[in-house]
Design a binder for this molecule. Sequence first.
Ligand code: DSN
Length: 431
Amino acid sequence: MKNESLGLKQIDPEIYGALVSEMDRESEGVELIPSENYVSTAVLQAIGSVFTNKYSEGYPGKRYYGGNQFTDIIETLAIERAKKLFRAMHANVQPLSGSPMNQAVYFAFLKPGDTVLGMDLSHGGHLTHGHPVSHMGKIFNFVRYKTHPEEQGRIDFDELARVAHETKPKIVLCGYTSYPRDYDYRDFKKIAEEVGAITMADVAHIGGLIAADVMRNPFDFGFDIVTTTTHKTLRGPRGGMVLCKQNFASTIDKSVFPGLQGGPHMNTIAGIAVALHEAGQPAFKEYATQALKNAKALAKVLMDNGAKLITDGTDNHMMVVDTVTSFGLSGKESETTLDKVAITVNKQVIPDDPNPPVNPSGIRVGTPAATTRGMKEADMEKLGHWIVDALKNKDDSSKIAQIREEAGALCKSFSVPGIKESRLMLETTIN
Ligand code: DSN
């Protein structure tokens, strides 16, 4: 099979072309979607490795297939590194991504119809926190809580306690995908204890910030279960982890495999192990600290220039802008306008949004990816002004062209990790 030694360029020019274009897109634009990031060259090498060839159903030392002596090494390292970074007693690193990691927890502890207290999607929660369109919302009884607009998005814990006593949830869940504040885990824990519920925190967005100890860690407040994706602030490949107290460990493991999934993606687990190693280094703490500083700086320049931020500021790496109120533009119009100036954001529902998710009233903006490239507060200042200028002048083509040029010039000063090496690898074939 001579062809098998040829590279992507020769074998599949269409995929090669799209890949090269994506590298150009990532290099030439500013990524401000808060759930995205750039992995390191080392993580890319681990993901693009022969571990993708291997079936490893089971867990280290207890596999259903032979030949797992090396996958056992990487999965054990990933588990130990995750436990250390998150101060967790147990870690399962096999969930394929964020939704299955949460599903594995629900199926571990709930029967159909059981109640979970979770955050409303438009107030910052996730589809898997019980939105009616998700399968989870159909199987379990999610009771959703909301935030207080007049208290900068804080949660009304008196109301939460009242609802918890009324509905007797099996799980009290906190976590978010578009909530710019930190959580007061102590209040959640107190309420859960009063009603005998398990405490679960889905920290998918802020996993890297918790690993770096620059945001609160739910385990420090006695939480039972913490789930996190690995590809957002943690800067690893796309995946999920369930971290928990020891008494939940075997129930969680059985729920992930064989309950929910089959063979784990061992190349991804290799990448997760590398990302966790990187997250344990002093440079990662600096990165996480800078991501928070950058978010504060970006929030300030946006607010100073007429943008209405949901929660009027940020405690983490992201912010949600009400673009309808600020600029008379829907989230979709704003996203499209910013695409034209090579600044990528995503349209976003705002609390109790009167508009639908396909064309909501806001956008979500975040700093993890730009910070990985090395951008700092002065760059956030520029980005904030360009965002506002573009949204205020969306029909002025010369203004849009000028901002695009300036944003492109900024990008030239900050390379994206792994791109140079990937280009080199794509051009290399051994005959
Ligand atoms: N899609 C993820 C995000 O962007 O936050 C959540 O699932």
